[in-house]
Design a protein around this ligand. Structure first.
Ligand SMILES: [Zn+2]
Ligand SMILES: [Zn+2]
Length: 341
């Protein structure tokens, strides 16, 4: 099969031919139909988040169909495809999504208290386990989720990280009526639709001067869009920071009403500059969100078709994965990027 592999920090992904993997006990062999690109992939490429044992296939927003036992070698590239949701759970051909959380121990204090996103021995798809920038991949069946009907493969891919982890961030905002998004990429373009369906107002902050992203936010129903250096017209009750820029934390705090919360949604952020205690005073909160739980996945994938969430995606061929990553870094597309093997 073809795969794009990470070999070392600072080097582009390289296309290789490798043996199609085989599924062990409790695992599924998956034929990848689409895999979303995520900012975390840039942090992995840049070494800001470490890959302990390269080479590694990146990609943790995988939409795939299950290959029945033994079929992969006979007909690699033409695995049986059935209607989504058709057949019993164990049948081949069903369509599933694989997110960032790829394995948890089930035994540590976090797993035992409903916080498996914090599992001490967690393994992550596309970091510790080979991911979806390949024609086939293998995943732990317990971390494969049915993709809701009505979402074509490409449109479903961004739900699996941008949507899922974004939704966990939004949950941390409670019932805030006015929510700020700092960075208007894949996650924000999904969450704004969830917010609107609940009557929450969204204020979109982009890089100063990024009028294209501001227009995209307004098109999706933001009540206000501007640069991250601007003050919103009203005080916010919560803000989510998607951009990996620590200098946004004090800016977001200053945009908050008393008692408001700033949620940092990324896995990596540059250092947060010092700020006066008065910015935090009056019960303002700064917190991070890490990873996801299987309960988050189930809740969000059930919610997405009810909103209904519509994703905007740019498609790239597998061999063009480096272009997709470069375009994400440069902010050259609106919404999400999806790689199609
Ligand atoms: Zn991600
Ligand atoms: Zn654990």
């Amino acid at each position: 099969m073809r795969a794009m592999i990470f070999e070392a920090v600072g080097r582009p992904l390289r296309q290789v031919e490798r043996r199609t993997p085989s599924a062990g006990p409790g695992e599924l062999l998956l034929k990848v139909h689409a895999c979303g690109v995520c900012r975390t992939d840039l942090h992995l490429l840049d070494g800001e988040v470490e890959i302990a044992s390269p080479p590694r296939v990146l990609g943790h927003q995988i939409v795939a169909t299950v290959v029945p036992d033994g079929d992969a070698e006979q007909d690699a590239g033409q695995a049986t495809e059935q209607e989504p949701g058709g057949g019993a759970a164990a049948a081949g051909g069903r369509r599933v999504g694989v997110p960032w959380l790829g394995w948890t121990c089930g035994e540590c204090v976090y797993c035992l208290s409903g916080r498996e996103n914090l599992c001490l021995r967690a393994r992550f798809t596309g970091r510790d386990i080979d991911g979806g920038y390949a024609e086939y991949t293998v995943a732990d069946e317990r971390f494969c989720f049915p993709i809701p009907e009505g979402f074509p493969d490409l449109q479903a891919a961004p739900l699996l990280c941008a949507g899922l982890i974004g939704y966990r961030c939004l949950r941390m905002c409670g019932d805030a009526e006015r929510v700020g998004f700092y960075g208007f990429g894949a996650a924000a373009h999904i969450l704004i639709q969830v917010c609107r369906s609940r009557g929450q107002e969204v204020f979109a902050f982009t890089r100063p001067g990024d009028h294209k992203a501001q227009a995209f936010a307004l098109e999706l129903g933001a009540v206000w869009a501007g640069g991250s250096d601007e003050s919103p017209p009203e005080e916010l009750e919560a803000a989510i920071i998607f951009a990996p820029d620590g200098s946004l934390v004090p800016l977001a705090l200053r945009a908050l009403a008393r008692g408001g919360t700033v949620v940092c949604g990324g896995i990596f952020m540059s250092d947060i500059p010092a700020f006066p205690y008065s910015a935090l005073w009056e019960e303002r909160v700064v917190r991070s969100v890490a990873n996801l739980t299987r309960a988050d996945a189930e809740e969000f994938l059930a919610l997405a078709p009810r909103v209904p969430v519509r994703t905007t995606v740019s498609e790239y061929r597998l061999e063009d994965a480096n272009d997709a990553l470069a375009d994400l870094r440069a902010g050259r597309f609106s919404g999400g990027a999806v790689i199609v093997p």
